[in-house]
Design a protein around this ligand. Structure first.
Ligand code: CO8
Length: 261
């Protein structure tokens, strides 16, 4: 039985598929959904049968239409800060999951929805997807990491333009500025996300997870510290069976058969 009111979750072929499911509000993020996602991510983190996570939105119209405006409407300054912190905590947890996370963005990714997608490792968008940080139209700033992750992805100038104007951009423009990795026809979106997941799952999983950690941690350090961190994770790979298998397979001119150990 599904234990979540606002999420659907299944694991198949080493892919953990999380569907944000609050159709009456275009999958907007309320406290209940965020707490459920927080709990689910704790389980996913410990589940070694999951090689890659895909996150998508329920229905054809929306990935996530933002944080729940009805819930935020009457918050005090302290409550607003606390609500922002819940979202930030969940998105940080998502970003630092050991497994790579692919956002399959099926429709609106606005405000907190765009911020959720940016906390994922890779973004694949449907041609129908729309992106934006429209918070200033509501009298608030982005609050779930948008002011920090958007400039890191698309550069300071483009991020500021999107945040100050609240402009909504389509998938083609999101691709052009580097906000998404790939654009797919709507009915091909999940196939494209699964194909990428399968490609990653076929690789040495410890090496993939250490690469993720090195990129994420390195971006929070100066270059010299990041390079030193990389040397440590690189060295660790030589303690894995998959390093031995990967290199033996190359030398023996055969396909590697990785065990994830
Ligand atoms: N919150 C709550 N309900 C929503 C939201 C939302 N973000 N978005 C849509 N809904 C609801 C609508 O109220 C409507 O409900 P009902 O049927 O009961 O009236 C239902 O979903 C369907 O929506 P629409 O009728 O509006 O559908 P349209 O196709 O006409 O429009 C849009 C779709 C363009 C997506 C439109 O719904 C919209 O503009 N939504 C709001 C988008 C937005 O501004 N998002 C940013 C929110 S702010 C945010 O995310 C900040 C994150 C950081 C928070 C930090 C807190 C401190």
């Amino acid at each position: 039985m599904n234990q979540y009111a606002n999420l659907l979750f299944e694991v198949k072929d080493s892919i953990g598929l999380i569907t944000l499911h609050r159709p009456k509000a275009l999958n907007a993020l309320n406290t209940e959904l965020l707490q459920e996602l927080n709990n689910l991510l704790d389980c996913v983190k410990e589940d070694t049968s999951i090689g890659v996570v895909i996150i998508t939105g329920s229905g054809e119209k929306s990935f996530v239409a933002g944080a729940d405006i009805a819930e935020m409407q009457s918050l005090t300054a302290i409550e607003g800060r606390n609500f922002g912190k819940i979202g930030q905590e969940v998105f940080n947890k998502l970003e630092s999951l050991p497994q790579p996370v692919i956002a399959a963005i099926n429709g609106f990714a606005l405000g907190g929805g765009c911020e959720l997608a940016m906390a994922c490792d890779i973004r694949i968008a449907s041609e129908k997807a729309k992106f934006g940080q429209p918070e200033v139209s509501l009298g608030i700033t982005p609050g779930f990491g948008g002011t920090q992750r958007l400039p890191r992805l698309v550069g300071k100038g483009r991020a500021k333009e999107l945040i100050y104007t609240g402009d909504i951009i389509d998938a083609g423009e999101a691709y052009r500025i580097g906000l998404v990795n790939k654009v797919a026809a709507p009915d091909e979106l999940m196939n494209a996300a699964k194909a990428m997941a399968e490609k990653i799952i076929a690789k040495a999983s410890v090496a993939v997870q250490l690469s993720k950690a090195a990129v994420n941690e390195g971006l929070n350090m100066d270059l010299a510290s990041g390079i030193a961190y990389e040397a440590e994770v690189f060295g660790l790979c030589f303690a894995t069976e998959d390093q031995k298998e990967g290199m033996a397979a190359f030398v023996e001119k055969r396909k590697a058969n990785f065990s994830g150990k």
